[in-house]
Structure formats: structure tokens, C-alpha cells
Design a binder for this molecule. Sequence first.
Ligand SMILES: Nc1ncnc2c1ncn2[C@@H]1O[C@H](COP(=O)(O)OP(=O)(O)OP(=O)(O)O)[C@@H](O)[C@H]1O
Length: 360
Amino acid sequence: MAFSFKSLFKSKKSESIENKGIINSLGIDLGTLNTVIAKPSGDKFDLYQIPSVVAVKKDDPRKVLAVGEEAKHMLGRTPEDIIAIRPLRKGVIESIAQAQSLLIKAMEIGKKDGEKINRIVIGIPGDSSEVERKAAEDIGKNAGAEYVLVISEGLSAAIGAGLPIAEPNGTMIIDIGAGSTDLVVISLGGITDIETVRVGGDDIDSNIVSIVKEKYDVEIGVHEAENAKILVGMFHCSEDLEISETQVIGKSSKTNRPEKIIIDSTIVADAAEPIISEIIKGLNLVLKRLSPELISGIYNNTVAVGGSSQLRGLKERVCDELKIPIVISDDPMTVVAKGAAIVAAEPRALEPDVRIKAMK
Ligand SMILES: Nc1ncnc2c1ncn2[C@@H]1O[C@H](COP(=O)(O)OP(=O)(O)OP(=O)(O)O)[C@@H](O)[C@H]1O
């Protein structure tokens, strides 16, 4: 799928908004776990984040009772007739009505009282089908935006990270989220290749739960697994990374009593192994298809973003396997929304001078 940005905003509607000079725009990263909202404010961004969780009536899931933080607090504590669910699975909108509520909430958070949002840009996984793109566009329009553009999270991340995407040499983004990983090659302002691997941090969490159950016969919650991952996690790699450990309380399958267990970095690395293997496989496919003209650009300009890129050992593991030095973004969770906000605010976001200005 190759598309260029230059024509994206050439709709009559966007020109008329631009001519009146009244553009209120938002960039939204509609993620599996978190929804991040970026609002251009002068030459910076106002940033907001809400959990991608919606609480609904069990017998009527279209009836949304709470969204975001409020819904997250209901998880596991709700009366039996209320359930808290995630509208996206593996980066893809699974339930339109609930994703709609999430987006409406995101837009409410991102606007000031009485303000109308004219233009939103939403980042979605790069390999989304036309139907999935259209679903994202429709929920944006139904949520009240006049103009909605849906772009690949990877391209958005590259713009948000300030990568030289307009140059012919090529750049690459490795975006490892909760549910999916986007590998995107960009040159001359267009996407030249995308590989989406449907694995991410969520899979690491559920693998930790399984390993702990097998090793200790203790059941732990997925949130405890996620916390342990964030605290002590790493990927296996050739470097001797420091092994640390954390204590987690789970439920003994034998006694049904609380039991304390230790999770150390190697348990997380074992749990993360199938995930990093899939990602390396995806990167191998991208490299196989890559033209020789782009290899030096990729060598010099590959950036990892997304919450799961923060696991130690990623840089080393990718270099061990592929001989490509990568940089881990120091702003991994908000670059997609920032890139989307840059495009929403500035249709000529691809032009390097404009982009540099927007990123200052
Ligand atoms: N410091 C950390 N170390 C390791 N993993 C982390 C860290 N912080 C967050 N994560 C993980 O990052 C993931 C969330 O990342 P992100 O917000 O980029 O995903 P998302 O946009 O919701 O998902 P997707 O892009 O797949 O739709 C979760 O799996 C979370 O556990």
C-alpha cells in the first residue's frame, strides 16, 4: 500500500475551513490500551491520555455508562450487569458503537468549552483494511468532526518523531504497541512498505500469566503481570543486562490462598520471546523487500516507538539479529498523536521546513 500525503487534504471542505482561518484540529492515536490526544497549541502540543476502556450494560452493550478512567476503575469492580470492555483489539476497532463513545470522549477532552473541532487525524495500524479505515473515518464524522483523515500510525509516528520522511533515502519506524506492531518504511513523504505484526505488550502480559501459572502453580492478574513487565522487563539479547526482580501476590491454585511469588527479568524475557521473534520475522520480510537504495537511510534512521519499545534489550536484540542500529524514542507513547496533530494542523506537514517549525 503506497500513498503520498501531498493530495490528502485537497478536499473542498478543508480548503474552505483553511480560508476562513478557523481550524481547530486534533491528532488522535486510537490505541488498543490507551487513546492519546494531541492538540496543537502554538508551537507545542497539549497532550491528554485516556485508557481505551468503555463500560457498558451487559445485556445492552450499546448502552455506554462510562468511558476512559471512569470505566477503567469499574474493571473487576462492577455489578454483574455492567461490563468494562476495550473497543479495540489488536489495534483494530472491534466494536463501532463503543469506539465511537471513546472518540467522542477524546474529542471532548481535547477541546475547550464551546469550541468546535473541525479537523481530526486518527492513527490506525498500517495494514488496516478499507472497511477498518472507513469505520475509523465514520466514527470520527459521527463524533462531530467536519473533516476526518485516517493515517497509518507508523507514518504519523515518523512525522511526530521528526524523522526526515521527505528525503529519498528512507527511514523506518518500529511501533510496538499493546496489540500490534507496525513496521513502516517511508521515503519521499510516502509509505514505501508496511508490515503489521499483530503482537504487542498485551501478549507479553498474558504469556507472563501463563509462565507463572506453570512455574509456581499460582494465578496472577494480567495487571500484575503488566506492572512486573514494566518494572523488571527485558528482551533476551547478547548484552548482559542487569537482572532485577519484583514480588507479586497471586492466588495459589492448590490452596486458593494468596501467595507471594518473585518475577524476575528472565521470566519477562521468556514471555516476550515469541513476541520479539514475530517482530524480527516481520523486519526480515521488510528487509527482504527493501530496495538497495533505501538500506543506508534505514541504517541511519530507524526509530522504535510505542509503549513496548521501552523494554530493555530491544536495541541490542534488533542489532544482534539484523545489524541495524535503532534509536528508541524518548517520547514513545505520544509521537503517533503528535504526528497526527501536525498533519491535522498543517496540511503541508510533509514539507520539511514546515515540519521542522511544527516540531520545535
Ligand atoms: N516502561 C514500559 N516498559 C515496557 N512496556 C511498557 C512500558 N510502558 C508501557 N508499556 C506497554 O506498552 C503498551 C502500550 O503502548 P501504547 O500506548 O503505545 O499501545 P496502544 O497504542 O494502546 O496499542 P496499539 O498501538 O497496539 O493499538 C502496553 O502493553 C504497556 O504495558
